[in-house]
Design a binder for this molecule. Structure first.
Ligand code: NAD
Length: 374
């Protein structure tokens, strides 16, 4: 079966797809650059045991397009890209594999900047960083911005406040009931903030040991992974996996708002309509969870934690704009977010020549960062 790569690229208007192979290093990877109108394409490298090359291609095309939307909605001067390495992250990781991968990233001359993602970690990216400057999110001791999760959690917290203001007319969390799915890196940081603000928390995780340890530290009520959907609450916060808003779960929900960090929360885009019909305000995931991306972006501008926090707080206003478009046009918030993204991309396409300049400026900072730490 042919993969029809070019017609697939045409479907969502991808600029470039690079297939990378190095037999000696055991590397098989695909890098997808979706759109560089706003700046260099930035997105993580996922390592996964894909059943087929077809599946890997589908994933990288979908994920890279999602990165264009996320960066654009956050107001960043970044394009969308993503890469996948085909292999088992538990068995197939080696220094030489990630260094070979780093060389392919380098060959793109900064059109694609990578970071860690599902199946890869900071150590893997340090190997890639040996071969290319175009890596962000590495350890702060190497000039990187460190763990993005606290910033993602701050962004979700701002999104929750914007959603409360929309639904209840005030953003105060005191006494609000919040159901958190997943107490991992983002979920745990977020729960700390929510508790401090006076919310009552119900939480779940499939890792029961972690869940119990967190409960001792933070004092929330534990519910099962199944029950989390039907907890009567003000806000449901998905911080675990994608596809959790679907035909099965939507009828169970007893919340007024959904705002969480998980990527691709809606199984299909029509589930955005289903939530609207049920009177549930859905804060689109890629607008809500951009805090981590905003943080690594600062590495390109010359890292400033203060600026990263200020821009992450701006998620409050990005979301307000989405709600406004949704009200004005009577469309779902999911569709409204897509409209907001299209508007910015189309406006900036008209002056795209200036962005050659921005792109160069951004890349100069990548080199400066590298030099100052070498
Ligand atoms: P994580 O792996 O640290 O935490 C995820 C948690 O979810 C784990 O504790 C896991 O046991 C739990 N989990 C998995 N399946 C579950 C289920 N069915 N029910 C309940 N719990 C379940 O990941 P994270 O970094 O906290 O990220 C959480 C989500 O946010 C992910 O979807 C991630 O892609 C997304 N996200 C994270 C960041 C970031 O900065 N870390 C940025 C953007 C988006």
């Amino acid at each position: 079966m042919t993969m029809d790569v070019l017609s697939r690229m045409e479907e969502y208007d991808h600029e470039q797809v690079v297939f990378c192979q190095d037999k000696a290093a055991g590397l098989k990877a695909i890098i997808a650059i979706h759109d560089t109108t706003l700046g260099p394409a930035l997105g993580g490298t996922r390592m996964w045991n894909y059943a087929s090359e077809e599946e890997a291609l589908r994933d990288v095309l979908r994920l890279s397009r999602g990165m264009t939307h996320k960066a654009c909605a956050a107001g960043l001067n970044l394009g969308g890209g993503k890469a996948v390495i085909i292999g088992d992250p538990k068995k197939d990781k080696t220094e030489v594999l990630f260094r070979a991968y780093g060389r392919f990233v380098n060959s793109l001359g900064g059109r694609y900047i990578t970071a860690e993602d599902v199946g890869t970690d900071v150590n893997d990216m340090e190997y890639a960083f040996t071969e290319t400057d175009y890596v962000v999110g590495i350890e702060s001791s190497h000039g990187g911005s460190g763990n993005p999760a606290p910033f993602t959690a701050l962004g979700v917290f701002q999104a929750i406040k914007a959603s409360l203001a929309k639904v209840y007319g005030k953003e105060d969390l005191n006494g609000r009931i919040v159901a958190v799915q997943g107490v991992g890196q983002v979920g745990s940081h977020l729960i700390r903030r929510l508790k401090t603000a006076g919310a009552k928390i119900f939480a779940t995780d499939i890792d029961l040991e972690k869940l119990k340890a967190m409960q001792v530290e933070m004092g929330f009520e534990i519910v099962s992974a199944k029950e989390i959907y039907s907890v009567p609450c003000d806000i449901f916060v998905p911080c675990a996996l994608g596809g959790v808003l679907n035909d099965e779960t939507i009828p169970l929900l007893k919340c007024k708002i959904i705002a969480g960090s998980s990527n691709n929360q809606l199984e299909k885009s029509e589930h955005g309509e289903a939530l609207k019909e049920r009177g549930i305000l859905y804060a689109p995931d890629y607008v809500v969870n951009a805090g981590g991306l905003i943080n690594v972006y600062q590495e390109l501008e010359g890292y400033s934690r203060e600026r990263a926090e200020r821009m992450t707080r701006g998620i409050y206003y990005n979301l307000k704009r989405v709600f406004q478009i949704s009200d004005e046009l009577g469309i779902s918030t999911e569709k409204a977010a897509a409209k907001m993204v299209d508007q910015r991309l189309n406006q900036l396409r008209q002056i795209s020549s200036s962005f050659q300049q921005t792109r160069k400026t951004a890349l100069t900072h990548v080199h400066d960062r590298f030099r100052s730490h070498s």
